[in-house]
Design a protein. Structure first.
Length: 77
């Protein structure tokens, strides 16, 4: 089964706090079950996106690192 990314956010060089605000507003635009892919470079984003997902009920499907770049895939609740 293929994974369909509905929105992509390039948040490289954006602070984690600003990234969370952008992700929150993007999630408000998605329908339940849709996926957002986030690319970030702030190392704090790893823990922050995991905590944010737990707090909001959205599902963090993937969290990976390639060098200094982090990739997250989150499914909207």
């Amino acid at each position: 089964m293929a994974i369909v990314i509905h929105r992509r956010l390039d948040l490289k060089d954006v602070s984690c706090r600003r990234s969370l605000r952008r992700v929150s507003s993007t999630m408000a635009e998605l329908s339940p079950g849709e996926l957002v892919e986030i690319i970030a470079t702030d190392p704090a984003s790893v823990g922050e996106f995991a905590a944010w997902s737990r707090a909001t009920g959205n599902t963090l499907l993937e969290s990976s690192q390639f060098g200094t770049v982090f990739r997250f895939v989150i499914r909207k609740l």
